[in-house]
Ligand binder design. Structure first.
Ligand code: ZN
Length: 97
């Protein structure tokens, strides 16, 4: 009698690890949890590797220092969110409105 191989949870697990980072294009380790609240955080978790996220945090700190931003300021938050989107997902597009 052939042994049954269970593919359910294990297959899901494999698929979750087989991802390519949207920024560096490497099959690098992912983040352990969404790095931002809501949909944006899930998107980052799904598409960005841990290394690129740490690179972004350094870049973000540089932006905050350069522009003298206050994180409690809504405009600053929006600016950083836009910069983050560009950093990760629009790096190869130079199109401007
Ligand atoms: Zn990456």
């Amino acid at each position: 009698m052939p042994r049954r191989v269970r593919l359910g949870p294990r297959l899901d697990c494999t698929l979750m690890h087989a991802f390519t980072c949207a920024r560096c294009g490497n099959a690098a380790p992912r983040l352990a949890a969404p790095p931002a609240p809501g949909e944006a955080g899930v998107k980052l978790l799904d598409q960005v590797c841990a290394t690129c996220w740490h690179d972004w945090l350094q870049h973000q700190t540089a932006l905050i220092n350069h522009y003298g931003l206050t994180l409690r300021d809504r405009q600053a938050q929006r600016f950083l969110t836009e910069q983050r989107e560009t950093y990760f997902f629009e790096a190869h597009q130079t199109e401007q409105d």
